[in-house]
Design a protein around this ligand. Structure first.
Ligand code: F6R
Length: 610
């Protein structure tokens, strides 16, 4: 959620940290701050608002010092103001840290420290950790030991980078439940919560493991567990290109990512789809082939948009492979004592690979003996590393907070996984070829839909002032309705609900009047006529109908107020195409309402807290 950057080397730290924080702002943008050590003393600049506000309001960019830490925050404890912004220092201004995560037992620790006479400036759990380390430093006189001892005492999650004014040549980074990556340069090191802040400095990185810490100096680094057991760091190469994390001429990351979908979708099946054989090769699953063949049931767990992809995955797998599937919100699954055993396959779907609830859900599944598979976008992320096997989405970095290209890539991977499972369970090569051929044609179809962006924009202009929206679809397209509604509410703040179209008459129909726009996903499939009846019901009550319909459908224009046509394809692939105009509709409405599309209020990318 929050973004963390730390630097130690021979260059001025502040400009490097500020540039890194700007790249991480999508992870949180309530407040920002930077601290360096200059001439043996801490410098500190913090401000509510964005990194640009911090730069405007303080002299941070002029700060000297070749070691420093910075943070961009998504508030958990305490309102987003200057005082609660990170970094947080101990009471002697000797120890300072940035923290991502939640210290669950901070109240207990705070009480003990208060009893010893320590005072606190902020309402944050992070300051409690800084003061705690400061107290332990006074006791031991050893920086590393103070950090280790504190981390063994705290409950909850942390990704932290800590500095000590008395040790101006050392940064300590540690993680539990919150990602941290150490970038290894030439006599310089950048620690960050996300590779985006590292890639302009070096491609050599070490992913810290759970309960691992890195002790970094200008001349090298060591890693060990917080229990003081040395570990062997593995230096890996990150594959992200700089242009992938820049806007490339688009006004917003979200629009750029919507327009990347022909490519990202293609990347999701390149080298995997075997059209002639009507099959799929998923190398990342080769180690669990037998367990997949013997699976009695599949449970898919995820959150938010990824959960919507999971619902479509359920329809795909049950229809194609005839295997029972259950879809669970990760946050519910982990707390409801579910029945799981070694014959189950649990699939975790996640763009970031760091979502705390999804991570906990897979740990629970593993503890109960299930085979756990990840469908994850971020390479090397926690979920990717903790699963038994997996399939990467290959969508490239997704910076826009509202997920778009990762969703269609999830559908790409789920369709291929379903085809692979179906072929092992008796689907004919001929049927497999039909599906594979249709999947291969999708990128070109997405291009054709994107060419209609201005058409969608004109519809958006007419409904930008609406207070409510209803999204309706059936079968494969019910989850698309949910996803369309989520996209709209998160970036435009218009209340929107998604429903199975036939459920409308059981309640939501009461909401329909001349002020209610209703988006129907109404492709020409076997339930088309039923959906058209639902459209008529809305029109009879003066509701305004925006229909996402098949190119081959000439009739729908006579019943809907607006029609956005998408190419004809197999019903199972319609969700991929139908979601594109819904992304564009949400985007254009949000822009008409002057909303900050890439940084919607209260949201942050990668939800690493429960
Ligand atoms: C919505 C959105 C969120 C995420 C959810 C799960 O646009 O982005 O609902 O889908 O927080 O995140 P991941 O996929 O990273 O696990």
């Amino acid at each position: 959620m929050c973004g963390i950057v730390g630097y130690i080397g021979n260059k001025r730290a502040a400009p490097i940290i500020l540039a890194g924080l700007k790249r991480l702002e999508y992870r949180g943008y309530d407040s920002a701050g930077v601290s360096t050590i200059d001439g043996g003393a801490l410098t500190m600049a913090k401000k509510a608002g964005k990194v640009a506000d911090l730069e405007r309001a303080t002299t941070v960019s002029k700060t000297e010092g070749t070691i420093g830490i910075g943070h961009t925050r998504w508030a958990t404890h305490g309102v987003p103001n200057d005082v609660n912004a990170h970094p947080h220092a101990d009471s002697s201004d000797n120890i300072v840290l940035v923290h991502n995560g939640i210290i669950e037992n901070y109240v207990t620790i705070k009480k003990k420290l208060t009893a010893q006479g320590y005072a606190f400036k902020s309402d944050t759990d992070s300051e409690v950790l800084a003061v705690f380390i400061g107290m332990l430093y006074k006791t031991f006189g050893n920086f590393e030991q103070a950090v280790r001892t504190a981390l063994c005492e705290v409950e909850g999650t942390f990704g932290i980078v800590v500095m000590c004014a008395e040790h101006p040549d050392m940064l300590i980074a540690a993680r539990r439940g919150s990602p941290l990556i150490l970038g290894v340069g030439n006599d310089e090191y950048v620690v960050a919560s996300d590779a985006a802040a590292i890639v302009s400095h070096t491609r050599q990185v070490v992913y810290l493991h759970e309960n691992e810490m890195a002790i970094v100096t200008r001349n090298g680094f060591t890693t060990k567990t917080i229990l003081d057991i040395e570990t062997d760091p593995v230096i890996e190469e990150i594959s992200i290109e700089l242009e992938q994390i820049e806007k490339g001429g688009f006004p917003h990351f979200m629009l750029k990512e919507i327009f990347e979908q022909p490519t990202t979708f293609h990347d999701g099946f390149r080298g995997r789809l075997l059209v002639d054989e009507g099959n799929v090769r998923l190398g990342g699953l080769s180690t669990v082939t037998d367990r997949l063949l013997n699976a009695k049931r599949i449970i898919i767990t995820a959150c938010g948009t990824s959960w919507h992809a999971a619902l479509i995955g359920e329809y795909l797998l049950e229809n194609m492979a005839r295997i029972p599937v259950e879809v669970e919100y990760a946050s519910e699954f982990r707390y409801r004592n579910p029945i799981i055993d070694s014959s189950d396959v649990v699939i975790a779907i996640s763009q970031s690979g760091e979502t705390a609830d999804t991570l906990s859900a897979i740990r629970l599944a593993k503890a109960n003996g299930a085979t756990v598979i990840g469908m994850v976008n971020v390479v090397g992320s926690s979920i990717a590393r903790e699963t038994d096997a997996g399939v990467y989405l290959h969508a490239g970095p997704e910076i826009g907070v509202a997920s778009t290209k990762a969703f269609t890539s999830q559908l790409c991977v789920l369709t291929q996984f379903s085809l692979y499972m179906a072929r092992t369970r008796g689907m004919s090569a001929e049927t497999g070829r039909e599906i594979a051929t249709a999947l291969e044609a999708i990128p070109e179809m997405i291009e054709r839909i994107l060419a209609k962006s201005d058409e969608v924009k004109e519809i958006a202009r007419q409904y930008a002032d609406a207070s409510n929206f209803l999204y309706l679809g059936r079968g494969y397209n019910f989850p698309v309705a949910l996803e369309g509604a989520l996209k709209l509410k998160e970036i435009s703040y218009i209340h929107a609900e998604g429903y199975p179209a036939a459920e409308m008459k059981h309640g939501p129909i009461a909401l329909i009047n001349e002020n209610m726009p209703v988006v129907f996903i109404a492709p020409k499939d076997e339930i088309y006529e039923k959906v058209v009846s639902n459209i008529e019901e809305v029109r009879a009550r003066q509701g305004k109908v925006i229909a996402i319909a098949s190119e081959s459908d000439d009739f729908i224009d006579t019943v809907a107020n607006h029609v956005i046509k998408i190419p004809d394809t197999l019903p199972m692939l319609i969700p991929i195409l139908a979601s594109i105009p819904l992304q564009l509709l949400a985007y254009h409405i949000a822009v008409f309402r002057d909303c900050n599309v890439d940084m919607p209020r209260n949201l942050a990318k990668s939800v690493t807290v429960e």
